[in-house]
Design a protein around this ligand. Sequence first.
Ligand SMILES: [Zn+2]
Length: 108
Amino acid sequence: MTEDLACPICTMADILDAGDGYECATCGHEWMAELSDGLDDIRDANGNLLASGDTVTVIKDLKTDGKVGGIKAGTKIKSIRLVEGDHEIDAKVNGRGLLIRAAFVKKA
Ligand SMILES: [Zn+2]
């Protein structure tokens, strides 16, 4: 399991994604994503490293937990956000926030 992402300077966990790195909302410290030991490497179905902000394509039909509808294979998802847990991708599809497993997508 991964640790919570936290600022290396002030240890607060209010972290902003600054594209290729992170910015602490508390003290303003910025650092590169590579130096963070927060999230484990998250890879898509082809083994490519995923990053927050990537666009991915769903490779199989997915059911959404207990809700009507789902995501069809081939659906493109823009600006994913990586999160902790066994569903590593926090995505917005048709206006709904969904959690998706990285193994079910490939980088677009
Ligand atoms: Zn800080």
